[in-house]
Design a protein around this ligand. Structure first.
Ligand code: 5RP
Length: 226
């Protein structure tokens, strides 16, 4: 079993009958969705899933996991998702898979948020992984210039056809190549106040539990007190 599969399967143990479950996106979350699907089919696990991307929606549908949209549920009990980086103070960067907007919305309405990662995602400070910023296409060149002026090293994310990649909401992603983010809260606030920025990949004070897998130590669960 690979490291992503290990944490994916481990995290599915936190899902109980009757729960509304946020289903994350990415190659690690894939294994969690698979395992939840298996439990639904083989154990009769009774849950409602809320997906965070079209990709996860298609996957969950194929497995027969009952789904509702975030607007059709009264609450979300638990969300399980991957992450691109997690700092020692348990802030994170997400959005490598361009699903940060729905991921942040679903996480925001969740009582518990579990991140599942392999040990390579744990860092002292965030920023080595380019920070994704979702922007609406209109005015995006102006925003791009603002990011350049602030030395944020922006690059528009392209899809395989060389055109700007479109998110599920038909927005663009501008990745910021920062190397190190000294003050994530300050940067998040600055981005929050830029007109045209829909959302950014700084997930601060959101996770309540991190499940990490490593070659040497196997699977470790870290509860984060908030
Ligand atoms: C998608 C995400 C993913 O959760 C993140 O990129 C981690 O993905 P992976 O498990 O494939 O490394 O934020 O927008």
């Amino acid at each position: 079993m690979n490291l992503k599969q290990l944490v994916g399967i481990e995290s599915a143990k936190y899902v109980l009958d009757g729960m509304v479950v946020g289903l994350g996106t990415g190659s690690t979350a894939y294994f969690m969705v698979e395992e939840i699907g298996r439990r639904v089919n083989e154990e009769g696990l009774d849950i409602i899933g809320v997906t965070t991307s079209k990709t996860t929606e298609e996957h969950a549908k194929k497995l027969g996991i009952p789904l509702k949209s975030i607007d059709e549920v009264t609450h979300v009990d638990i969300t399980i998702d991957g992450a691109d980086e997690i700092s020692t103070d348990f802030h994170g960067i997400k959005g490598g898979g361009a699903a940060l907007l729905f991921e942040k919305i679903v996480a925001t309405y969740s009582k518990e948020v579990i991140w599942i990662v392999d040990e390579t995602k744990l860092v002292d400070k965030l920023g080595k992984f380019p920070l994704p910023v979702e922007v609406i296409p209109y005015g995006s060149q102006q925003l791009f210039k603002k990011f350049e002026e602030k030395d944020l090293n922006p690059k528009i994310r392209l899809s395989s056809d060389g055109k700007p990649l479109l998110t599920d909401s038909k927005n663009y992603i501008i990745d910021l190549y920062l190397e190190k983010i000294e003050n994530p809260t300050e940067l998040a606030n600055w981005l929050d106040h830029r007109v045209g920025v829909v959302e950014h990949g700084l997930f601060l004070d959101i996770t309540t539990c991190v499940i990490v897998s490593s070659e040497t130590d196997g699977v470790k669960t870290i509860n984060v007190s908030r």
